[in-house]
Design a protein around this ligand. Structure first.
Ligand SMILES: [Zn+2]
Length: 160
């Protein structure tokens, strides 16, 4: 926008510039252009505020989602730590190596075992249970075992 020119009134008419004690005037076209320019600036400022608000809301949502995911991850880590602790606590003693071959490559496995003397193939599901056992990867020795119900007692209950 071009600069608004000011005039002052003299006996001979309008003279460009201001004079002390004289009334200053501006052209109506300059005044209208200045008002339009101010409105444009106000609209632009409003749009920038909306853009800033949208960006802030999006950033806030991302932060909230990140925090929620971090909380889920922390809860999952804590459950894993609890289960690992239970498995270690259930062992008769801390087993770090195989008592048969001295191997240190040990792995937990699950197994279904029979709780009765009924021949396999005639068993019912209530006559079987699940156990976890720690086996030696080198010689297959069973070093410790834990009943699955002992572990299940510590699993979280999911809510619908
Ligand atoms: Zn072994």
């Amino acid at each position: 926008m071009s600069e608004v020119k000011r005039y002052h009134v003299t006996d001979s008419g309008l003279v460009e510039g201001q004079a002390l004690g004289r009334i200053s005037v501006v052209l109506a076209s300059d005044y209208d252009a200045a008002v339009t320019h101010i409105r444009d600036l106000e609209l632009l400022a409003g749009q920038e505020m909306k853009s800033t608000e949208l960006a802030t809301n999006a950033g806030l949502r991302v932060c909230l989602e990140r925090d929620a995911l971090q909380a889920l991850l922390t809860a999952a880590d804590e459950r894993a730590d609890v289960l690992e602790g239970l498995l270690l606590a259930a062992m008769p003693s801390k087993v770090c190596k195989c008592r048969e071959c001295g191997g240190t490559s040990l792995t937990w496995y699950s197994h279904i075992k029979s709780n009765s003397a009924v021949a396999e193939g005639r068993l019912r599901t209530n006559e079987m249970s699940c156990v976890f056992f720690l086996g030696c990867d080198d010689c297959s020795e069973t070093l410790a075992w834990v009943d699955a119900d002992q572990i299940a007692a510590y699993l979280p209950i999911s809510k619908p």
